[in-house]
Design a protein around this ligand. Structure first.
Ligand SMILES: NC(=O)C1=CN([C@@H]2O[C@H](COP(=O)(O)OP(=O)(O)OC[C@H]3O[C@@H](n4cnc5c(N)ncnc54)[C@H](O)[C@@H]3O)[C@@H](O)[C@H]2O)C=CC1
Ligand SMILES: O=C(O)C(=O)[C@H](O)COP(=O)(O)O
Length: 309
């Protein structure tokens, strides 16, 4: 089978240019549905995706000649990685393309929570000028705990380096990673010292629902909670209960276990979550900037070209 790549989601034109320059044939079908892709995928040796649909074993079975799946993004949770490995299909992603965006966005969310920006803006819209209620907290001197010290964890640590904070990081699958930006710690130290808890781990069978009542129970100090990885990692009702008790001071989510309307609005916890003045939610855009749109596509194109050469 000659090399041909199917691109099934919106990507920056740099990706198309780089494939073209390398003489790699492709079809760019950003609006294709999964059902349509299923009909065509047998003709292709590679696919470039984002998060539009699941690339599961059933999909891969329709593509006997598939040699790679490239994700123009970081998270691989919409790909059955184990099945791809069993089929010897190479997986490519581009975390270098949006890690700075995630680091900046989650730092921004933290500063916003600590200074009540969301609430005070809403109050002023309602003609309320409440200075005392909106007195902020300073980051300086606090301990920020990063769970996961890969691309995004490291980017977040670098962004925080100008704030005079103590950054600690726990990574279950890495050791010996302490650097000038973060100190490697055990989970025991995280629960003891954290003032801020920020997640930078993938959604896997192991991490699904991991952040529940039991997980949050062990923290010794009230925490600011940041979820910028995948919503499926966290049990929202447990966070709500911890907000009620004051064990979580405030929480920011760029990702939620269910995203987009109407399904998000149908979740039993949705109205409660959104009624809180100390909760800040963004629509899964931490890694989605004008710059990362280009960088993700450029990085993934370079990796695809390297793989195919
Ligand atoms: N909100 C957004 O727009 C974005 C979200 N993401 C999400 O962030 C996740 C992380 O991205 P990267 O940092 O690029 O991944 P990465 O693979 O570079 O780093 C993840 C780190 O988490 C560690 N880890 C895995 N399971 C763990 C556990 N149970 N406890 C502690 N550490 C654990 C790994 O050893 C690894 O070092 C992605 O999988 C994706 O789901 C990524 C980009 C944008
Ligand atoms: O890279 C990831 O992982 C992300 O979550 C992206 O920032 C969002 O991915 P898309 O849904 O835009 O492909």
């Amino acid at each position: 089978m000659s090399t041909k790549v199917l691109i099934v989601d919106d990507v920056h034109e740099v990706l198309l240019e780089k494939l073209q320059d390398a003489g790699i044939a492709y079809d760019y079908q950003p609006d294709i549905t999964r059902a349509e892709a299923e009909k065509q995928i047998s003709e292709y040796s590679g696919i470039v995706i984002r998060s539009k649909f699941q690339v599961d074993s059933a999909f891969m079975d329709l593509a006997p000649g598939l040699s790679f799946i490239a994700r123009s993004g970081a998270g691989m949770d919409n790909i059955d990685e184990a099945y791809a490995a069993s089929r010897n299909i190479t997986l490519i992603n581009a975390p270098e393309g949006n890690r700075d965006a995630v680091g900046e966005h989650m730092t921004g969310m933290l500063l916003s929570l600590m200074n009540h920006l969301n609430r005070s803006h809403q109050q002023i819209k309602n003609r309320q000028w409440l200075r005392e209620e909106n007195r902020g907290y300073e980051l300086k001197g606090r301990t920020v705990a990063l769970i996961g010290y890969g691309n995004n964890g490291q980017a977040m640590a670098k962004k925080l380096s100008g704030f005079d904070v103590n950054v600690i990081a726990y990574d279950k699958y890495k050791t010996g990673f302490s650097d000038e930006y973060a100190r490697e710690v055990s989970m025991e130290e995280v629960v003891k010292y954290a003032d801020v808890l920020s997640f930078h781990i993938p959604l896997t069978r192991e991490t699904k629902g991991m952040v529940d009542e039991e997980y949050l129970f062990h923290f010794r100090k009230p925490i600011f909670f940041l979820m910028g990885a995948r919503g499926g990692i966290v049990d929202i009702p447990a966070v709500l209960r911890n907000l009620d008790s004051g064990r979580i001071i405030a929480a920011a989510f760029d990702v939620l276990p269910v995203e987009k309307f109407p399904s998000l609005g149908e979740q039993p916890w949705f109205a409660d979550l959104m009624s809180r003045e100390n909760v800040l939610v963004s629509p899964h855009v931490a890694g989605w900037t004008f710059e990362s749109y280009y960088k993700l596509s450029a990085v993934v194109a370079e990796k695809v070209v390297t793989f195919l050469k």
